[in-house]
Design a protein around this ligand. Structure first.
Ligand code: PNS
Length: 162
């Protein structure tokens, strides 16, 4: 039986931490769906279309990675896709409490779906989309922390230093 995993999130924007987890997930599972939550934030920096396009471009040569969007309960989406696993990244102890709550709630909703936590490479453990946006907005450099395409898109939005 092949194992299909779903890696859900807002991805606003995709960071190199996300890329690292997706790459690890693609080594571990037969297929991994990067599932971008629709309307996670009222005013996202990147539109849903931009986020999908960026993720598809970054993983265009990785056939095991599929990019999709979802609405509503994550476990319902996972079931619709016939996936067995939810992948979440754990960066630090501070992530644990919320992730633990979500994993147990999802387990209660659909006990047959397993949450697997994966650690990104050490150099990405402090990166978050929120921090990337804040640093950009204030004119700081984030090269090496996000894919080049994300940096390019931020420059186009007039938010990144040349
Ligand atoms: O990138 P994020 O914001 O950390 O991702 C959070 C996400 C999308 C995984 C979470 O908010 C989610 O699963 N939302 C879908 C609605 C849902 O199922 N809520 C109950 C979770 S226990």
């Amino acid at each position: 039986m092949s194992t299909l995993a779903v890696y859900p999130g807002s991805f606003d924007p995709l960071t190199n931490g996300h890329v690292d987890i997706i790459t690890r997930g693609a080594r571990m599972f037969d297929r991994i769906i990067v599932a971008i939550l629709v309307n996670a934030e009222k005013a996202p920096m990147f539109s849903m279309e931009e986020r999908v396009e960026i993720a598809r471009e970054v993983f265009k040569s990785e056939p095991k990675v599929v990019v999709d969007t979802f609405n509503g309960l994550l476990v319902d989406y996972v079931e619709r896709k016939n996936a067995q696993v939810i992948v979440r990244g754990l960066r630090a102890v501070s992530d644990f409490e919320f992730e633990f709550q979500m994993a147990l709630m999802n387990q209660r909703l659909k006990p047959q779906i397993e949450t697997v936590f994966m650690m990104p490479a050490e150099q990405y453990t402090y990166i978050s989309s929120r921090l990337i946006k804040e640093v950009f907005a204030l004119g700081g450099r984030v090269n090496g922390l996000v894919p080049e395409l994300v940096e390019q898109r931020l420059r186009e939005k007039g938010l990144a230093k040349k």
